[in-house]
Design a protein around this ligand. Structure first.
Ligand SMILES: [Zn+2]
Length: 64
């Protein structure tokens, strides 16, 4: 069934987004895995308070 398959696809995509936005990312300044999503598109490091404006759901910056 097309509608059922479409529903599963949407659910998987939402799961991926939820994982990405709750995941911690490596801070480009202090190199600790402490970057957390503050709100949409803004990420903050819990250790050094570095704030980065980036993607809404994931952090694309690996190192500066
Ligand atoms: Zn940091």
């Amino acid at each position: 069934m097309r509608t059922a398959r479409y529903g599963v696809g949407v659910r998987n995509r939402l799961d991926d987004i939820r994982k990405m936005r709750t995941q911690k990312y490596k801070c480009p300044r202090c190199k600790k895995t402490a970057m957390k999503r503050l709100y949409s598109g803004v990420w903050r490091c819990k250790r050094c308070d570095l704030e980065i404006a980036d993607n809404a759901y994931s952090l694309s910056i690996k190192a500066l």
